[in-house]
Each structure stands twice: as C-alpha cells, then as structure tokens.
Design a protein around this ligand. Structure first.
Ligand code: G4P
Length: 526
C-alpha cells in the first residue's frame, strides 16, 4: 500500500496541437476544482508565430506569475497537479521535458481538424515512455468529423487502441450533451462559458423512461444504437492496459461550454495513475522509498534584469521533501538546502514546508541547476528520461562586441542550461553552435543576451539540419571517426560527440561507411 499522500496525487499535463483547446480545458479543470472562480484567469501562453516582442511579453508575464507552470488543486479528495506546457511549436523540447515529469497525459483533439501534426509528435513522446493517455475530443458544438470516423483516424494515426468512455449526443447544431458510458449518466448541454453548471441526469440504463423527459425518442434511439456499437467494437475499459500506455480512454465534449469535462475529470481521478517508480542510471527508484529524491525538469528565468533569479522546477520522485533540510546535488557533489521552496496551489505560489512524490516544488536558483539535475539525501543517482532531441536548425554564434565576450559566454552557457536551445562546441577554434527547433528560439536568445547579459551576437546559419549522438563499443574506433569527421562533429554540454549532418541521405552514407559506429537520435541511449 502506498502512503495516502502519494496515492492521492495525480500529476499530469494537458497537451494538444495549438488551438485544439488545451488552455480552455485547463481552465475548466481549475474551475471544477474551485481553484479559480471565473473563466479567463489562465493566461493564454501562445504567441503570434512571427512576433518576438509579443512572445517575450508573454514570457515576461509568465515569468512574473510562474504559478501558471504548475497548477495544483484538490478535487474529490485527490491532489491534482497540472503541469503547463508551452503552446508554441518551437518550444517543443520544453514540452517533452515537462512530459518527463508527469504520470499521465490528457491529449486534446479538435473534432473539426482531427489528428494534427503536433498531436502525432506529442503522442510519439508519450509512447516512448509508455505514459498513460486519455483523449478528449473537443469542440463537439461544431460541425466536425463524424465520431466513428474520428476514432478510426485517431487509432490509425496515433497507433493506439481506443475505448470511448463518453458519447456525444448529436454534434454541431444538433449537439445535446454527453452520455457517460463509464458512469451511466447523462449530461445535458447548457451553454455556459463562465460557470460550472451541474446538469447531470442519472439513469439506470438507456431504456430508462426518464430519458424521454430530456431527449427526443429519435435521439434516444440513436444513442442506444451508437453506444451498442461502441460497446461491440471497443468493449469494456481495461484500466491496466490504459496504465501501461497501450489503450486510451476517449471522452467527447466542448471545453468552452464546460461540456463533457466533469465526465472526464471524474473518470480521470478514478483511473489515472498515482506517482510511479522511476528509472535512474543506477537503479529503479521506488516511489515509496523513505529517502527523498527528485529531478529538475524545467528552469524558469525571471526575465526582469533587476531580479536575475531563476526558478528550478523539481519533480519529487520518492520520500518527502522538506524545507531547510540539506539535500545532495548529485552532479555538483555538494549539499544544498532551500529556505524558500514554493508550492503551487490554487494557481498561486506559496512557501511549502513539505512535499510528496508527484508534487513539483519551485526552488530559487542562482545558477546551480541544469535541466536533468538530481537531488537526493546523499545517494549518487541520476534520473533518466530527459533526453535532448535532434535540433532542426544550427547556427554559429558570432560575437558582435568583443568587449563583452565574457558576458556572451556566460549568457550562452546559462541559457542553454535552462534548455532554451542546445549548445555544441566545434573544432578548431571552440566555435559555439546553437541547435534549435525553430527560429523563435534564436530570437529569444538574442533578445535575452542583449537585455539580461548586455552581450550582442549574430547567428550564422549552417547547412546542418539534424544531429546524431555517436558511440562505439571500441573507443579507438570512435576517436578515429571523430577525427576523420571533425568538420561535422560538435561536442554537447555533457562532452559527448555529436555528428551534425545536412540530411538523412548523408547520415545513411556515413552509417554505411562506418558500420562500427552507433548513431542515436536522442542524447539518451544507454
Ligand atoms: P490551445 O490552448 O490548445 O491553443 O487552445 P485554446 O484553449 O486557446 O482554444 C483555441 C480556440 O478554440 C479558442 O478560440 C477557444 O475559445 C476555442 N475553443 C476551445 N474549446 C472550444 C469548444 O469546445 N468549442 C468551440 N467552438 N471553440 C472552442 P479563440 O477564438 O482562438 O480564442 P478566444 O477569443 O475564444 O479566447
């Protein structure tokens, strides 16, 4: 039996292709949890795709209210922690890292657009870690794709088995509400965007005459036929398959109208996993272990140059975290204690005395932390699961102000520690190359170097578009390869050699020429 404090924790992220309704759904969860009172309280974290100052302004505001990074609330005796992920596609790595700190995921799909590019990418990250996924099909108040077609499309494109747990009564202009298959309840549609209205009708089954007080005969008939078909095709929910990440329960609804959310939330708290054991390089760490352990998955810089502190977000994996207790920073091999750790409850941050596995605490940091750092009570551990992925754009840093070289170096070092982008060092000349997913990251780096470090640089675009971490069973073979391919080799922040390449064709050729070299698409390959 897990400690009740661990058992009651449900730590998850809501993810989606931009515009599918992630922010709206987050907000509605908070409304149900009583964490906020009105809609509109959750900041939209998306930026105009091409506008850096807009993006920076949003980041600045988010920096001030870091509480939006983690939103904790109590619901039905459970402690729910929602971890926020950036909406912008260029910050996909930030999202991947946040996904390393959750125990499950709710994936939002727009019923009009179906499965989109980001939906597929995010799902593939969940598959890598076997993260349990619940799918919420949103915007059922719009004329979208037909429910069965959507289910087929999701199963096929996301390569996961589905099991609908609620069913939409009509769609678009005929949308009447949602029937909860899981709880045998009917939830009728009242369009109310600001309040949570309870319009649940409990029925014994779909033959209950009471249904006709709310729905027309034809609608009841359709609902019966469709749910019978759903049952025949998809069967009962096997919760253990869901927990293994092999089966996704599906819910229908309309987030903006508060619809289908309660069904989702009520089932979520019943079936979503509590914190689980976690893999470290050295061993598996069990959540019920007495000794505390945790890892940093995100670093949030305060973008105000007058207050240059940063907040490192620590996910607790085992034991109990306590304020003012000494913990061991395993990478630096030093002890640290935290006088002002922050908890994120009800959308506000407050001082925390103790925290449990599944919780995320914010630690004020003056530069001690890097993404992926582990804290323990003394054991040398390094948690796994936060790999770097191959960037898509590579640019060399050119110093524009030789008087500020030190500041530039420090800025680049710190920003890449925060995970804004990746840094590779190339020879000869210790040239610094930044690898990123999108252009916006370069703009953010430039902006922040100038405003926070007083340094100026220019980026020179290189022809590379992918990277492969290279290893070999034989050190001499690897050294030889690195020497021969020197103009394509960068060293990452951990000192690992990385082969930079223009395209897949080049990688395939190199693989053929060097059969004893292993090429890895992420930095975690043990
Ligand atoms: P995101 O975080 O995934 O990017 O999506 P977000 O919640 O911001 O929602 C994107 C747009 O979709 C918003 O409209 C939002 O109001 C709308 N939306 C969310 N849920 C539903 C729904 O159930 N039905 C319908 N019809 N629309 C929905 P917007 O015009 O971009 O923003 P706003 O002006 O409404 O704030």
């Amino acid at each position: 039996m897990l400690h009740p404090e661990i058992e009651k924790r449900k730590t998850f992220a809501i993810i989606s292709h931009p515009d599918a309704g992630k922010t709206t759904l987050t907000e509605k969860f908070l409304l149900f949890g009583g964490a906020i009172n009105t809609a509109g309280a959750v900041k939209r974290n998306k930026a105009n795709q091409s506008n850096t100052s807009d993006f920076m302004e949003i980041e600045r505001q988010r920096g001030i209210s870091v509480a939006t990074s983690v939103m904790g609330f109590e619901y039905s005796g459970k402690r729910i922690n929602i971890l926020d992920t950036p909406g912008h596609k260029d910050f996909a790595e930030d999202t991947y890292r946040t996904l390393s700190a959750v125990d499950s995921v709710v994936l939002v799909v727009d019923c009009v657009k179906g499965v989109e590019e980001q939906t597929e990418k995010l799902m593939s990250v969940c598959r890598m870690r076997n993260t349990p996924v619940i799918i919420f099909i949103n915007k059922m108040d719009r004329e979208g794709k037909e429910a069965f077609d959507l289910l087929d499309e999701i199963e096929e494109k996301l390569n996961i088995s589905l099991c609908p747990q609620s069913w939409s009564i009509g769609q678009g202009h005929t949308f009447k509400g949602v029937y909860s298959i899981y709880h045998n309840q009917l939830n009728l549609f009242h369009s109310d965007k600001t309040k949570v209205t309870d319009s649940v009708v409990k029925v014994n089954d779909l033959n209950d005459a009471a249904l006709l007080d709310y729905l027309q005969e034809k609608e009841v008939g359709n609902l019966k036929d469709e749910t019978e078909l759903v049952n025949g095709v998809y069967g009962d929910l096997d919760v253990s398959l869901y927990k293994e990440g092999l089966l996704a329960p599906v819910f229908f609804g309309s987030a903006i109208n508060n619809f289908g959310i309660k069904e989702l939330l009520d089932t979520f708290i019943e079936i979503a996993p509590s914190p689980r054991h976690r893999e470290a390089e050295e061993r598996d760490v069990l959540v019920e272990e007495k000794n505390f352990s945790g890892f940093v998955f995100k670093i949030h810089a305060n973008l105000d140059p007058k207050h240059r502190d940063r907040i490192a977000f620590l996910r607790i994996c085992s034991g109990k975290f306590e304020r003012n207790k000494f913990y061991y920073h395993t990478r630096q091999g030093k002890k640290m204690k935290f006088a002002n750790p922050m908890d994120f409850m009800a959308n506000e941050k407050s001082l925390v005395e103790e925290a449990w596995p599944g919780d995320v605490v914010g630690l004020y940091d003056s530069g001690n932390f890097k993404i992926g750092d582990t804290l323990t009570e003394g054991e040398k551990l390094q948690f796994k699961g936060i790999p770097s992925f191959s960037p898509a754009i590579f640019k060399e840093v050119e110093n524009m102000d030789p008087m500020r070289t030190k500041q530039l170096e420090k800025g680049i070092e710190q920003l890449t520690d925060e995970g804004v982008a990746q840094l590779f060092v190339m020879q000869p000349g210790n040239r610094k190359v930044i690898g990123a997913v999108g252009e916006l990251q370069f703009e953010v780096i430039n902006f922040r170097l100038e405003h926070e470090y007083g340094a100026k640089c220019r980026f020179r675009t290189l022809t590379y578009s992918r990277s492969r971490w290279v290893t070999s069973d034989d050190k001499k073979t690897l050294d030889e390869f690195v020497k021969r391919k020197q103009q394509h080799i960068g060293t990452d922040k951990e000192g690992n050699p990385v082969y930079l390449s223009d395209n897949d064709f080049m990688i395939d050729m190199t693989k053929r020429d060097y059969p004893d070299i292993n090429f890895h698409t992420t930095s975690e390959f043990k």
